[in-house]
Design a protein around this ligand. Structure first.
Ligand SMILES: [Zn+2]
Length: 373
């Protein structure tokens, strides 16, 4: 992608790349007409089934034709294997929609990597590797963000995708630690303590690399802390470790003229507490909190509160698009969710998923988008 196109793809997404801190939604726009026309709408899109079972190219063309009609400007395509990009990128270009490769970042239950690089994987506060004792589900085999070899591996994954000149960006999902605490909605599905406390079997990461690194800076092994589960320095260390990895991936993407975007937990507070994401301090082009209200036992209006919390914490440094879960929203509720998001300062919305969109959702969404310019 040429530099000029790279900037264009940013759209209303601010210009964090150049170090300029513009208000979300105001980058390069002087009048509301331009603003309305340049507002972006994102959609996460799954290939037809899991694992990637590519649809035919004509099906993709039909789908992207609808996306264009519905006003979706940017598609985040789940990319488990690169060949999905080969198939869909030409279709996206033809439809004049920006395509981003959506990757599952640190949850990486790959048998070969687990076999050859067991030290890359996280260890809980009981000293158990997630390879032997995954939390919650079998796929909960997570890479440790403090391991330098994991950094190189993640950078190579991002670089590899950057080889597609016309790809707009890389989208990081699961860029976090395993859940130290689950939302009550999810927690109820497991035979685990039903409280909001951190329990050692879910507290990560105590691998050799993390312990050594913490001891070097703080002079103590985290296992020797009086209460490692609640120790603030130890928590901050882990937040900063993840931030360091994200920032390296940002530099990798930008050195290849790609945007870096991320799906994160719904608010800065929830993110830090449950999954150790300090996304307010990340280098990132666009932040998309997954504000899925039903998981939090909250009404649709809460989407506005969560959006406001994120927007205020970011202070205009990074544009925020509210991630909305269509399976949790009727079309009328999508309208309401879009309105409260925009009123709270979101630069726009991100739909989970584009696969679930239809004409009625589009009507309701666009009524909201057009009512707030
Ligand atoms: Zn570790």
């Amino acid at each position: 992608m040429k530099k000029r196109d790279f900037i264009k793809v940013l759209g209303t997404g601010g210009l964090a790349i150049s170090g300029l801190a513009l208000s979300p939604g105001l980058a390069g726009c002087k009048n509301s007409c331009h603003l309305a026309s340049s507002r972006k709408t994102w959609a996460w899109v799954h290939p037809n089934d899991y694992p990637d079972m590519a649809k035919t190219t004509s099906e993709w063309k039909w789908m992207f034709g609808d996306f264009k009609k519905w006003g979706i400007t940017d598609v985040l395509l789940l990319t488990r294997k690169k060949d999905i990009i080969d198939q869909v990128l030409p279709v996206a270009l033809e439809a004049d929609i920006n395509l981003h490769a959506w990757i599952i970042s640190l949850e990486y239950p790959d048998a070969a990597i687990m076999k050859h690089h067991p030290s890359w994987y996280v260890v809980n506060a009981k000293g158990e590797s997630c390879i032997d004792r995954p939390a919650y589900i079998n796929d909960y085999r997570w890479l440790c963000p403090s391991n330098p070899e994991v950094h190189e591996f993640m950078k190579s994954r991002v670089s590899d995708l950057c080889s597609y000149n016309e790809l707009a960006g890389i989208h990081l999902d699961y860029i976090r630690y395993p859940d130290a605490v689950l939302a009550a909605f999810h927690r109820a599905k497991y035979d685990i303590p039903q409280d909001d406390l951190i329990h050692p079997q879910f507290d990560y990461c105590y691998c050799e690399t993390c312990r050594k690194s913490f001891k070097q800076t703080e002079g103590i092994d985290p296992f020797d802390l009086p209460d490692p589960l609640t120790d603030e320095k130890w928590l901050k260390f882990r937040l900063d470790v993840l931030t360091g990895l994200v920032n390296e991936l940002y530099d990798t993407a930008h050195s290849n003229n790609k945007l870096l975007t991320a799906a994160v937990f719904p608010t800065p507070g929830i993110s830090k507490f449950r999954v150790r994401q300090d996304w307010v301090n990340w280098k990132m082009d666009v932040i998309m909190p997954m504000i899925y209200q039903r998981y939090e036992g909250q009404p649709v209006e809460w989407i506005g509160q969560a959006t406001k919390e994120g927007v205020e914490a970011l202070g205009g440094r990074i544009p925020l698009y509210s991630g909305l879960h269509l399976a949790q929203l009727t079309p009328e509720e999508l309208k309401e969710a879009t309105l409260v998001s925009l009123r709270a300062g979101a630069s726009g919305i991100a739909l989970f998923t584009g696969n679930k969109m239809n004409d009625y959702y589009r009507q309701c969404m666009n009524q909201a988008l057009k009512s707030i310019l």
